[in-house]
Design a protein around this ligand. Sequence first.
Ligand SMILES: Cc1cc2nc3c(=O)[nH]c(=O)nc-3n(C[C@H](O)[C@H](O)[C@H](O)COP(=O)(O)OP(=O)(O)OC[C@H]3O[C@@H](n4cnc5c(N)ncnc54)[C@H](O)[C@@H]3O)c2cc1C
Length: 457
Amino acid sequence: MANHVIVGGGPGGMNAIETIRGYDSEASITLICDEPTYARMALPYFISGDVSEDHVLTGDNDHFSKLGVTTKIGSRVTSVDPGANSLTLGDGSTLSYDNLLIATGSSPQKLNIPGADGDGVYNLWTIDDARKATADLNGDAEVAFIGAGFIGFIILNAVHKIGAKAHVIELDGQVLPRMLDPQGASLVDSWLDRQGVSVSTGVSVQSIDHGADGKKTLNMSDGSTISADLVIMATGITANIGFLDGTGIAMNQGILVNSRCQTNHANIYAAGDVAEGPDRSTGKNAVHAIHPTAVDHGRVAGANMAGQDIEYGGSLSMNILDVCGLQCASFGVWKEDSEEVTTVVNATRPVYRKLVWSGNILVGAIMIGPADDMSMLNDMGMVKGLIQAGTDLGAWKNHIVANPTDIRRPYVATKTASRLLENTVLGKPAAYRDYQASTASTKSWENRDLLVGSKGG
Ligand SMILES: Cc1cc2nc3c(=O)[nH]c(=O)nc-3n(C[C@H](O)[C@H](O)[C@H](O)COP(=O)(O)OP(=O)(O)OC[C@H]3O[C@@H](n4cnc5c(N)ncnc54)[C@H](O)[C@@H]3O)c2cc1C
């Protein structure tokens, strides 16, 4: 009977567990995670009050018991010995494995400025952060965001929904520098201005003063100050690979994996934010720290750990974001200005589309438009599908270049939807997840039985 050990209970680890069990009802599976199992991408809905804390969780004792998974929640892995097929936990105990999956995710980068460690300054990366921050957050609060990237803006949207006043500070010359080009970013800037969100770009926060009344003052590089009740720091992330130093597991920005999500050690796999795996657009390896990549990696790694032979076509770089009512997305190699590009702009609506071509194939795109523009939202999905499927548009390319807002006809004519449907990660449809959040709307975090000690833990 195979002995699988999974480190990390985010979407990467959870999908691997459920995939292994789908192929093998007998194998021993142990999950080690220093946090409860949940989906970070659900945190903004908890912060805005749209869902209770329970709905962020992705498993409980009952679920793991039904799956026959031994859990060690609250435990950290401190080192791995690939030669001995064993790992060490924070309490000094060791555990052996036949197959190991490292799905330890990433952590927010710390901003090393005076006052950054004070009360009311959050990364909002964990469920624990979100619980603490929501206690301070209400419609009267003023919230300063340090960093105008994807994660910062997801949280900005949640804060905006509550009605809190927001200030965004970005060191780069534009907002969303890793998601939009300057033209797209300028539309977002004007939109945020209309929503009452102040944006300062090209400046940095030098220090945070904490007043006796809890009010914070952010001292900026240009000499100005910003006042806030809460500060959210979202200045980038790094893969959680430090505990693997000296193990011989090949790493770059993340753990290097092949198309089977396998590392340079045949029985050690990696998935999700921590993995630097094949990028379907470039053919090179890249870290795509997004939920869908973690899901795909987890399923591919899990299937191969269970003895299948599954090759992954690579993850697609994609970001889809609601910026206070303005939908923004970028896919694939949207930044490649050397390639042939089709653009359409209407700054007043505002609408922006940038389509990047390689011959007759769409390889990247930026799409921006208001949330009530249904055709834009439909086109967003179809453009993503065309890029994902690598559809050769042939003569339809000229049609799109002449009519960049008519994506539907080329999409239907090239049968892209049916090709995408056939192209599943594991060669079969995803299985139904037999886990439902409790129907109770509120549950005390402290009192919750956090899965610790379930089946053999
Ligand atoms: C607020 C927020 C909103 C987001 N929204 C979106 C979104 O809308 N769309 C999107 O695509 N992505 C979103 N993301 C990103 C997405 O959540 C991540 O890409 C995803 O969680 C990665 O999954 P993972 O399984 O690789 O890692 P994680 O979900 O980070 O899980 C890894 C787990 O392993 C644990 N761990 C780490 N080291 C150890 C160790 N040594 N021992 C034991 N356990 C360890 C971690 O504590 C963590 O619990 C969001 C992220 C945040 C924070």
